[in-house]
Design a protein around this ligand. Structure first.
Ligand code: PHB
Length: 403
C-alpha cells in the first residue's frame, strides 16, 4: 500500500519532443513535427475553452497565412479572413493611406488569433495528436540533460513525460525560461508608461481597413472583426480601471480622438469585453539551453502596435521544426544552435518596428506641444516619402520574401 506522502508516477510516457504550451506556437510546432515524422506531446495548463475565449490581436502576415494553408492546417482564413491591402495612419485629423500592395506587392490578413488557435486545435485533433489541455502543476526538469522531463499532476496522481528535446512555447510567463540559470541568459527589456484599453463593439465597420490614430489625446486603433462586430483600442494608463468607463464615456473619448476636418466618426454600438492590456518589449537570449529551446512569447514579446506577436511565434516554430528535424536525423543536439540566431534576426527587426510604431503614435505622460508636433512631423515624413512608407509596408506585411 502506497503511503499518502509518497509520490510515484501513475503514468510515464516517452516522446521525442515535449512541448510545453498549447497556444498557436506549440500547436503549429506539433503539426510541423508530425509532418516530419517526429513524435511529440503538447501540454497546457489552460483548457481549450479558456484559450478560445481570450480575445487577442487579429493581423496575420502573408507568410503566416501560407504556413497555415500550405501545411494543410486550414484554408478557412481565405473564407473568413480579409486581405487588407493597406492601413490608414490618421494624424492632424486626416487619413493617410499606406498602400501595401503598390509598395511591396503584398497584403496583411485580418484573421483573429483565436481563429488561428481553433484551426490548429481542430487540425491536431483530426490528426490524433497527443495534446493535453487543462492540466495542473506542470514542472520541467533536467533541461540540460540528455532526457529532460515534464511532470504534472491530476486527481489520479503524478504523470511523467520523458523527452529527447523540450520546447518552451509557454508564453510570456514561461516556466521553461526559468530553467535557464540567470547567469546563462540575458534579458532585454523595455516597459512603456501606457497601456491599451481594448473592447468589442456590436456595430458595422467604421472603416474598411485598420486606422492607426495619433491625436493630442493619445493613440487609438480602429480594427474590425466581422460585418457586425468590431475591435477598437485607445491608449490609457496602465492602472486604468475598466469599471470607470461607461459606454458613453468610451464613445466620447474615441470620437474625440478620431475627430478631424474630414468629419470622420465612429459607428457606435453596445460595448463588451473591456480590458486593459499592458505591454512591454522583451527578448531573452539565447533561445537554447541544453536540450531545451524557447519559442514565441516565452522568448520575446512586442507591444501590439505592430501586430507582430503571433507572426513571430509562427516564424520561430517554422525555423525550429526544420532545425529539430536535422538535429533528430543526425542525432546531434549541437545543431540546435542554428535556431536562435536565425529566429532572432526577425525578432529584432520586429522589436525595432513595434517600438518605432509605438513611440511614433502614442503620447508620453510628460509630452508637451513640442513632442506632439515632432511626432506629427515624423508621421508626415513617413507618409510623404516612398522609402518611408515602404519601410512601414515591408515590416507590417512581414518582410515578404525574407527568411
Ligand atoms: C486587432 O485587430 O486586435 C489588432 C490589429 C492590429 C494591431 C493590434 C491589434 O496592431
Amino acid at each position: 500500500m502506497k503511503k499518502e506522502t509518497e509520490v510515484s508516477a501513475v503514468s510515464s510516457s516517452s516522446t521525442q519532443v515535449g512541448i510545453v504550451g498549447g497556444g498557436p506556437a506549440g500547436l503549429m510546432l506539433s503539426h510541423l513535427l508530425d509532418r516530419a515524422g517526429i513524435d511529440n506531446i503538447v501540454i497546457d495548463n489552460r483548457t481549450r475553452g479558456e484559450i478560445e475565449s481570450t480575445v487577442r490581436a487579429g493581423i496575420l502576415e502573408v507568410d503566416s497565412v501560407n504556413l497555415l494553408v500550405d501545411t494543410g492546417v486550414s484554408d478557412r482564413v481565405f473564407r473568413d479572413g480579409h486581405a487588407h491591402e493597406g492601413i490608414e495612419l490618421r494624424f492632424g485629423g486626416e487619413n493617410h493611406r499606406i498602400d501595401f500592395k503598390s509598395l511591396v506587392g503584398e497584403s496583411a490578413w485580418l484573421y483573429p488569433q483565436t481563429d488561428v488557435f481553433i484551426d490548429l486545435a481542430d487540425s491536431r485533433e483530426r490528426d490524433g495528436a497527443d495534446v493535453r489541455f487543462g492540466i495542473g502543476g506542470v514542472r520541467v526538469s533536467d533541461a540540460t540533460a540528455d532526457r529532460p522531463s515534464i511532470t504534472y499532476s491530476d486527481d489520479q496522481g503524478e504523470h511523467e513525460i520523458h523527452c529527447d528535446y523540450l520546447v518552451g512555447a509557454d508564453g510570456s510567463r514561461s516556466i521553461c525560461r526559468h530553467e535557464m540559470p540567470e547567469s546563462q541568459r540575458r534579458h532585454f527589456f523595455k516597459e512603456y508608461p501606457f497601456a491599451w484599453f481594448g473592447f468589442l463593439v456590436e456595430a458595422p465597420p467604421s472603416a474598411p481597413e485598420l486606422v492607426y490614430v495619433h491625436s493630442d489625446r493619445g493613440f487609438a486603433l480602429i480594427s474590425q472583426r466581422t460585418d457586425s462586430l468590431q475591435r477598437m483600442y485607445f491608449q490609457c494608463d496602465p492602472d486604468e480601471d475598466v469599471a470607470k468607463w461607461s459606454d458613453d464615456r468610451i464613445w466620447e473619448e474615441m470620437q474625440a480622438r478620431v475627430a478631424g476636418a474630414d468629419g470622420f466618426s465612429l459607428k457606435e454600438g453596445p460595448i463588451s469585453d473591456q480590458a486593459v492590456l499592458r505591454f512591454r518589449s522583451f527578448v531573452c537570449e539565447p533561445m537554447r539551453y541544453g536540450s531545451m529551446v524557447l519559442a514565441g512569447d516565452a522568448a520575446h514579446t512586442v507591444p501590439p502596435t505592430g501586430a507582430k506577436g503571433l507572426n513571430l511565434a509562427l516564424a520561430d516554430v517554422k525555423i525550429l521544426a526544420e532545425v529539430l528535424e536535422r538535429s533528430v536525423a543526425a542525432d546531434d543536439k549541437t545543431i540546435l544552435d542554428d535556431y536562435g540566431p536565425r529566429a532572432l534576426d526577425r525578432v529584432w527587426r520586429a522589436q525595432q518596428f513595434s517600438y518605432w510604431m509605438t513611440t511614433m503614435l502614442h503620447t508620453l505622460p510628460e509630452a508637451d506641444d513640442y513632442d506632439n508636433a515632432r511626432q506629427v512631423a515624423e508621421l508626415a515624413s513617413v507618409v510623404s516619402s516612398v522609402p518611408g512608407s515602404t519601410y512601414l509596408a515591408e515590416a507590417y506585411t512581414g518582410w515578404p520574401g525574407r527568411d
